[in-house]
Design a protein around this ligand. Sequence first.
Ligand code: NAD
Ligand code: UFG
Length: 347
Amino acid sequence: MILVTGGAGYIGSHAVLELLLAGHDVLVLDNLCNSSRQAIERVEYLAGRPVNFVKGDVRNRPLLNALFAAYPIGAVMHFAGLKAVGESVREPLRYYETNVSGSIALCQAMAEAGVFRLVFSSSATVYGETSVMPISEQCPTGVPTNPYGQSKLMAENVLRGLANSDPRWSIGLLRYFNPIGAHESGLIGEDPNGIPNNLLPYMLQVAIGRRKELNIFGNDYATPDGTGVRDYIHVVDLVKGHLRALERLEDTTGVHVWNLGTGQGHSVLEMVRALEEVSGRTIRYSIKPRRPGDIAQCWSDPRKAWSELGWRAERDLRTMLADAWRWQLQNPRGYTVEKKVPAALAS
Ligand code: NAD
Ligand code: UFG
């Protein structure tokens, strides 16, 4: 059985589905602070199998101990965490406590239970500002400009220290580039609270008419059209990378770092045009000053994951956007307000 912390969230819910489809039993631990129980119900529907779900906090050691005692957990995928960059600047302690202390509590409980295989959600943000593209795993980590990024780097360092201290640990640090898209069914996807920080959810809300226009943060970067360039990766490809990492960690020990990206960069304007094409809607935008802390460009060298995991991203930008758009159309207000069971679920 695989314990998936944060399994009701955007990436976690897609990972739970992929694990179920691959035949794993899954236990989800999530406090639902940024997600909905509905995501799990929909995953169960899609997989045709139940998920063990416990509402609780990853920092709760007694609860963790009880879960490891009650379930035959063989490995952990650790998604639970807070991820809003701006919020992390305002509430740094909450971010360090959840993302760093939460990871420590989890590892303590794992060690006590004799479970040493862990897949950790890290981020390309740990590379900080680097001008050498593409970014490979050999690229030194930098100085993340906000507490969120710092907390991810700190958690990585905690896990390295742990693996150095005890050869039984087998840990994958998966550095995500920019996950977007949704499951092709349109039943699970990203459901941000309030005003979205990230490009894709914001653009989708403009396309569907919930917001007037997109603010493009800067068109004077040293990129082909002046707007920021990122490596967008389909969330289903991303979670498939997690399954490969989980398998690989079964026959190796120590810490392994893998970039999960496509290796291709796309600018904000390219994304706008591509979503207009896929959705048939016009996306109004206006150019605004650069967003503090943003880098001009960032894309991965994904070859290490290919050579060591036999994994690479397969879905192109059009598929990412078509799947994201389907999710948005079917769930215009996400899970929270959309209490009605979608037609596909009712049948
Ligand atoms: P998300 O917010 O949708 O999912 C995180 C889940 O963790 C949520 O369901 C939330 O309720 C749960 N959670 C938060 N704090 C918890 C706690 N203390 N105890 C138990 N559950 C808790 O975010 P996501 O996009 O699915 O991200 C998953 C992981 O991937 C996070 O660790 C995030 O930092 C990392 N990551 C995300 C991105 C991205 O762009 N989405 C990029 C790089 C890394
Ligand atoms: N952008 C806009 N307008 C918006 C939102 C974003 O122009 O309303 C631009 C940004 O300036 C940037 C690009 O769109 O050039 C992508 O921005 P996102 O906020 O979607 O993503 P980031 O690359 O800034 O950061 C994301 C996550 C981080 C994570 C990082 C790397 O938010 O947590 O990817 O994985 F660390």
